[in-house]
Write a new protein. Structure first.
Length: 247
């Protein structure tokens, strides 16, 4: 059942634009889903102010693996927590590719997030070449096992796994519902193997990649899926409201 919606604003919106966005969005949001808005860092204080008292969580799009000090340009878990952030995205493919964030770094970021009381949205997914050579499950297993290395089972309660095939992000292409269902099953199998069958049943898994109001219905048919991660289609408040209304 789909009841989690995560909106990834990526590198879009000034604080003023976020303010205008939220004024429109919040006046019509019916709070029927568990919603996290992953705003740019510079819009977090605007988001924190306008979402106060509303059933909307704030998310960040990244977190430093370091705790504090000599890491110019980075933002720590403690800073995020103090800014009203509940969840941080970790391991998004754009960061894995452009900033060379490998599984070891992703693992450190997750540990730092948990240590600072933040939840984590762990993004995993295969490239087109890996998809075409039937390596999807192998890639998912490698990414999840290394990202979650050293975690206690009870810490999984604060982790959401986002299945985001790289070839589906921002392309208009999406896997078939059956393919998503199979990938989510595989993700839960990795959790069952490394933690326990109960942890596999309980972990939240969402899908992300080219979701919009026209295709959203195809994802609601994936029975083992808990939610959606929306990029481009969240940038217009009416489009995000429309998607939520169709769930
Ligand atoms: P998209 O992005 O919805 O624009 O494909 C999803 C994401 O990158 O999280």
């Amino acid at each position: 059942m789909i009841d989690i919606v995560i909106a990834n604003f990526k590198m879009n919106q000034t604080p003023e634009e976020t303010k205008n966005y939220l004024m429109t969005f919040l006046s019509r949001f019916d709070e029927k889903v568990d919603l996290t808005l992953c705003l740019p860092y510079t819009s977090l204080s605007t988001g924190e102010y306008l979402c106060r008292g509303k059933a909307v969580r704030l998310g960040s799009q990244n977190i430093s693996e370091d705790e504090e000090g000599r890491t110019t340009g980075e933002i720590s878990g403690r800073m995020l927590k103090a800014s009203g952030v509940d969840f941080c995205l970790v391991g998004h493919s754009e960061r894995r590719k452009k900033f060379k964030e490998d599984s070891k770094i992703v693992n450190k970021k997750i540990k730092s997030a948990l240590k600072n009381g933040l939840g984590v949205i762990l993004c995993v997914g295969e490239s087109l070449a890996e998809h075409n050579t039937l390596k999807t499950y192998e890639v998912l297993r490698e990414q999840i096992e290394n990202a979650l290395k050293g975690l206690y089972e009870n810490e999984l309660e604060r982790i959401i796994i986002a299945y985001e095939p790289i070839w589906a992000i921002g392309t208009g292409e999406t896997p078939m519902a059956k393919e998503i269902t199979m990938a989510v099953k595989e993700i839960r199998k990795v959790i069952a193997d490394d933690f326990s069958p109960a942890a596999a049943d309980n972990i939240k898994v969402v899908y992300g990649g080219s979701i919009d109001s026209k295709n959203v219905k195809q994802f609601t048919s994936c029975k083992n899926l808990n939610g959606l991660l929306i990029g481009g289609a969240c940038l217009d408040p009416n489009s995000l409201l429309k998607i939520i209304s169709l769930l």
